[in-house]
Design a protein around this ligand. Sequence first.
Ligand code: NAD
Ligand code: ZN
Length: 381
Amino acid sequence: MLAMNYRGPYRVRADEKPMPTILHPEDAIVRVTRSCICGSDLHLYHGMVPDTRVGMTFGHEFCGIVEQVGPAIEHLKVGDHVLVPFNIACGRCHFCQQGLFGNCHESNAQATAVGGIFGYSHTAGGYDGGQAQYVRVPYADVGPTVIPDWMDPDDAVLLTDVVPTGYQAAEMGGITPGDTVAVFGAGPVGLMAAKAAWLFGAGRVIVFDEVDYRLEFARKFCPAEVYNFREIDDMAVFMKKQTDGLGADVCIDAVGGDANGNGAQWVLGKRLKLVAGNAIPLHWAINSVKKGGIVSIVGVYGPTGNIVPMGNVVNKGITIRANQASVKRLLPKLIEHVRTGVLKPSEMITHRVPLEDVADAYHIFWNKLDGCIKPVLLPNG
Ligand code: NAD
Ligand code: ZN
């Protein structure tokens, strides 16, 4: 089968790889119909995530047709069209039992923090992902969810990650009615966080980015007040001016480290080097939230992202909330929002690309070319 193949930082291509097989009674094999590239994949692409091995297939946002099921599978059958949450979760460990599917203990036993994630390095369990014609889905009775007949698969594929992640970012912000919510990053995650902020009763939603076409999209899609951060001298001062000297009630970091190639970079000899810009959105969020406010972080940070203004966190009494999204917990609510038309996530899809052209798709998405917001790979045509 054809699959995306990681060759090292900034080098990906489509290659023939062996078909995945059932390795465990709770596995399924899925024939992928749609598979997105995510801002999180860019961290892998940039070499920011530890233990990203050459030969891995990325892809944690996909849907597809169930091709084969293991003998222990009860809820799926061959031919079902399913959306597959990015978290690989056993459904029965201490964390899954609390709905913390992103922190599953069983799917990534060696990890201290994150659970298993499709196509996300050996730090997240070493599972191959769905930027491929076929993918092995472990614990297939837990995560995969049959796409309702009425749902556009383009909406469904975005329910595997960016919609629940944006929604959870807003939820973790503890937004109360009338709050001013600042969202850093107008990528698909930030766009969904800003949109979700209204569902929690925000009175004002402000989105920052440096890419003008994304800001323009945010202005209409979220909708939000938008600012290009390149035109702002001091983010904390700017936010105070916007809020009668108080600061934002809630700040959401939907950027993370290195989303734009600005953070950690691999340099000669695979040594990590810090370059200017690392963790800037997090500094901005902490510095421009009001006293007692909440900073909600869904942006992903690699090892070099540990440099944060912790003094301010303590002195301002800020609550920082952060996690990997728990997709399965949020799905019933989000599916209902799509059904009633409150959410139409597929409006973010700008590029539909055959798997053969995966290298171009990564290049375009990373460099923010051609109006790209969300690219979707079509591995089986
Ligand atoms: P993306 O790369 O498409 O978007 C990031 C945006 O941030 C870009 O438009 C970029 O121009 C902008 N940006 C860069 N520096 C900025 C700054 N200092 N201030 C404001 N904006 C800035 O990525 P995405 O798919 O939207 O994902 C965003 C982040 O969320 C990534 O770090 C990704 O890894 C993370 N993520 C986390 C989860 C989770 O479960 N926690 C899930 C999905 C994605
Ligand atoms: Zn993702």
